[in-house]
Design a protein around this ligand. Structure first.
Ligand code: DX5
Ligand code: ZN
Length: 220
């Protein structure tokens, strides 16, 4: 399966976002990843739905929205309607996960579930068949620029085995410290979508063009 790149918009230069989006398009990234934080589920605040609506007018890249918010069902319709192709919610943040997943689909988006590093895979046991994507957090969500939690690599492997055994077609995305060194290890473990932030394509010393090229080289 071809490895796809999802560029983390919160790591872009927000003072010239249009320029950065153009560079991402030219570099052939597959998705724009929106990290939405509420200051409760995670100790940080980031982007809102307004930025998706604005960017929806200037790019055709699909939006992959990652809701790091408590009881995300409250915000699923607004983020789906703002142009998300896929909306992921955290299993730890939902009292009624099945209902929330149905709500995402009713609002016209594909559904994903995200797992924090310490959350076991069995939390997916009764929902996996309903999903288009599982997002394995490889750092604790909330901030860019953190170090990989190493145990999450074996979790990617185990998830791949479960998906294969069940004969399902579900993307495995990884989010957090997807660096030039870690990305090939994650792909080898079974990830096919890489969320790329400050560790790769928004690397502070490289710039987007070189960051994408270096990541593709690392994945060869
Ligand atoms: C964590 C975030 C990220 C961020 C990516 O909550 O979801 O992990 O986009 O980037 P890095 O870790 O590369 O700065
Ligand atoms: Zn994310």
């Amino acid at each position: 399966m071809k490895t796809k790149l999802s560029a983390s918009v919160m790591c872009a230069d927000l003072s010239c976002l249009k320029k950065d989006i153009k560079l991402l398009e030219e570099g052939g990234v597959d998705y724009l990843h929106f990290d939405i934080m509420d200051g409760h589920f995670v100790p940080n605040l980031t982007l809102g739905s307004g930025i998706l609506r604005s960017l929806r007018k200037i790019t055709t890249l699909p939006f992959d929205t990652h809701l790091m918010i408590e009881e995300p069902a409250r915000y699923v319709p607004v983020f789906a309607k703002a142009g998300s192709s896929l909306v992921s919610v955290h299993v730890e943040a939902c009292s009624h996960l099945n209902r929330t997943i149905q709500l995402i689909k009713e609002n016209g988006a594909r559904a994903g579930v995200a797992l924090n590093p310490a959350t076991p895979l069995y939390r997916l046991d009764y929902i996996l068949e309903e999903l288009s994507q599982v997002l394995i957090m490889t750092v604790n969500p909330g901030f860019a620029g953190q170090k990989l939690v190493p145990i999450t690599i074996s979790k990617i492997e185990k998830l791949g085995e479960v998906i294969e055994k069940k004969g399902l077609k579900i993307d495995i995305a990884v989010d957090g410290n997807v660096s030039f060194a870690n990305a090939p290890v994650m792909v080898k473990a079974g990830a096919n979508i890489l969320v790329c932030g400050t560790s790769s394509i928004f690397h502070p010393h490289l710039g987007i063009k070189k960051g994408i090229a270096k990541l593709r080289e690392a994945l060869k």
